[in-house]
Design a protein around this ligand. Sequence first.
Ligand SMILES: [Cu+2]
Length: 128
Amino acid sequence: MFRQVCTTVAIACLFGCGGSGGGTGPVINNTPPPPNGISVENDFFSPTTKTVTTGTAVVWAWNSCTDNGGYTGGQTCVTHNIVFDDGVTTSGPMSQGTFTRTFATAGTYNYHCSIHGAALMSGSITVQ
Ligand SMILES: [Cu+2]
């Protein structure tokens, strides 16, 4: 039983505990997105579509940490990434914090989380 708990926690940490899990109580390190931002949730982007003007810096903020039910007094932060179809940039795997991309050219920029797949986690930015 105890061994099972340890294994579960170890696996969860592999996907990004961020060094703040554990301890005496839940520590939820979520980052609220700015007004012009996008929230990275489990497992979707909110909102999924956004229209901005050229030159806008769009901020994705990770909100993927959840209390693990007090089971071990900690939290679980799920790792997601942002991969653009145009291949220009990627956030890399992250479980907390923010990622910013500035769009200098008009167009439609589709992106997805390659960890969970485009069918589950995808979005697009329309720049005009
Ligand atoms: Cu994901």
